[in-house]
Design a protein around this ligand. Sequence first.
Ligand SMILES: O=C(O)CCC(=O)C(=O)O
Length: 294
Amino acid sequence: MSVISDELVSSYHDEGWVVVPDVLPAHEIAAISRVTDEFVERSRALRADADGLELAAGHTQVDPRLRRINAANTHHPLYRDLLRHPRVLEVVTSLIGDDVRFHHSKLTLKLARHGEAVEWHQDWAFYPHTNDSVLEVGILIDPVEAHNGPLMVVPGSHRGPIFDHHSEGRFCGAVGAEQLGPLAEQGVPMLGPAGSLTVHHVRTLHGAAPNLSGRSRRMLFMGFTAADAWPLAGMGSGSVNPGYLFGDIVSGRAAPVARMEALPVRLPFPLPDTLSLYGIQNTHPDRVFTDVSR
Ligand SMILES: O=C(O)CCC(=O)C(=O)O
């Protein structure tokens, strides 16, 4: 039986997001969970962000607050191997075709009681490509429920405009509350048991409230593009994953041509001087979420 049904494939194309249940078995999730716990243990020794490991405000040796592992695939073979996991790739190829390039990965921990919000944004604002056969997969390491800071999406927004992610001439990687208006209330949470996969389209508007519950919400995100989608400009085109222009084909074949589509594009210039999503978004004066850790 296929990992993703035809109904879910159609739903992804119509709505710009989908949750696929039962993709990874419990023993694989348990192994990912153990490795992730080891990173939290290791972070106790850190006083500041280091080597792609990002710490949240209030981090101490006693109360470690590792919030993100950037370029997770470079940090552990288990994370790396998930890029080519046959069941993950079956989902991805069903949605963007057989020829696929890996774009980036990151693990967000959203630990119990202090997991930070992520402001509403479209990934396309960070890294527009020649076409939008580009998506982000999230592996649920923990069950994601209504109260542990689920990622929310605005259905159908992948067919709409690209919002302005700037304020006062700075790229802030976030859409302000005033610009969002009622859309900020139209987010649908992507919920599911551990081992499920969330998928959102690169143009889908998404964001996440802080995790104020007693349960962590750890997710490993991986971005993939059709092999003929080439980056126009922006973040992640070299700084996050220097090899990806020339390699990282995880399914099928490399495409020596770019497929061009007439799509709305806003460029993330001037590029911010930090790669931290939280750091960039914190510069927006009109944020939607109130975050206890800020
Ligand atoms: O961790 C989350 O809830 C969202 C992360 C996200 O949207 C991003 O890093 O672009």
